[in-house]
Design a protein around this ligand. Structure first.
Ligand code: HEM
Length: 190
C-alpha cells in the first residue's frame, strides 16, 4: 500500500484528474495488477475442444514428457490458476503476493514458449479477451481513485490476514473470495 501511495503522490501530486497516460506511467500499479491476476486469474480454468485429431507434444506418461493423444471432439481443460503458481515459472516464492517480481528475473522468461504462454489471465490466441485493455484501465483507475479519496485504508482491528492459498475461494467460471475482503476506509491519512 505504501508503495502505491507514493507512486500516486509522485504522479499526481495534488491533481485529482486521472488520465490514461498517467496510469500507463505507473509501473508499480501495473505490477500490482499483474500480480493480482497471476494469483487470482478471473478465469481460473479454461478449455479448448479439438476440431481434428491431434497430439500435444508433451504432458503425457509418468514423467509428463510423452506426447498426449487428443481425438477429434475431445475437450482439453487447463488450469491457469495452478500454472500461475508454478515455482519452476515464478520461483520458489510463487505463492507470495510480490509485485516486485515483475521487475526481476523469472524462470518463466528463460524459455520463449513459457514466456508467451505461462501467464494467461486474458488467455491468448485468436479468442483472447477483447476487453483486456479496457479492463486493466478500469481497474487501475478505480484503485488510484479509491486511494486518492480515502488515504486511510486498513484492516479493521481483529481482522486476520489470510495466507495466500488457504483463503476460502468460490470457483465457478470465475474465481472470487468467499467471505469478502473487509477493510476500513477513512479520509484521514492514519
Ligand atoms: C480484468 C478483467 C478481465 C479478465 C481477467 C478477462 C479475462 C478473459 C478471459 C480469460 C477470456 C477467455 C478467452 C479465451 O478463452 O480465449 C475472456 C474473454 C472475453 N472477454 Fe474478458 N476479461 C476481463 C475483462 C473484460 C472486459 C472489461 C470486457 C469487455 C468490455 C471483456 C470482454 C471479453 C470478450 C468479448 C471475450 C470473448 C472473446 C472471444 O471469445 O472471442 N473482458 N476474458
Amino acid at each position: 500500500m505504501d508503495k502505491l501511495r507514493s507512486e500516486i503522490a509522485c504522479i499526481f501530486d495534488s491533481r485529482v484528474e486521472i488520465t490514461r497516460s498517467d496510469l500507463r506511467k505507473m509501473n508499480y500499479l501495473q505490477n500490482v495488477l499483474k500480480e493480482t491476476l497471476r494469483l487470482y486469474p478471473s478465469v481460473p480454468v479454461n478449455s479448448r475442444t479439438a476440431l481434428k485429431t491431434t497430439v500435444l507434444p508433451v504432458g503425457g506418461g509418468p514423467d509428463l514428457k510423452s506426447p498426449v493423444f487428443v481425438p477429434r471432439g475431445a475437450s482439453v481443460a487447463y488450469s491457469v490458476y495452478s500454472m500461475h503458481r508454478r515455482p519452476d515459472f515464478y520461483g520458489m516464492d510463487a505463492e507470495l503476493f510480490r509485485p516486485e517480481r515483475w521487475e526481476e528475473h523469472m524462470p518463466l522468461n528463460d524459455d520463449p514458449t513459457n514466456a508467451k504462454w505461462g501467464y494467461l489471465p486474458f488467455n491468448g490466441g485468436p479468442r483472447t479477451c477483447l476487453g483486456m485493455d479496457f479492463g486493466l484501465t478500469e481497474a487501475a483507475y478505480t484503485i488510484v481513485h479509491l486511494i486518492q479519496r480515502f488515504p486511510g485504508i486498513r484492516l479493521p482491528p481483529g481482522e486476520k490476514v489470510e495466507l495466500i492459498g488457504v483463503e476460502k475461494q468460490t470457483m465457478t467460471l470465475v474465481v472470487s473470495i468467499t467471505e469478502g475482503c473487509k477493510v476500513e476506509v477513512s479520509r484521514d491519512q492514519k
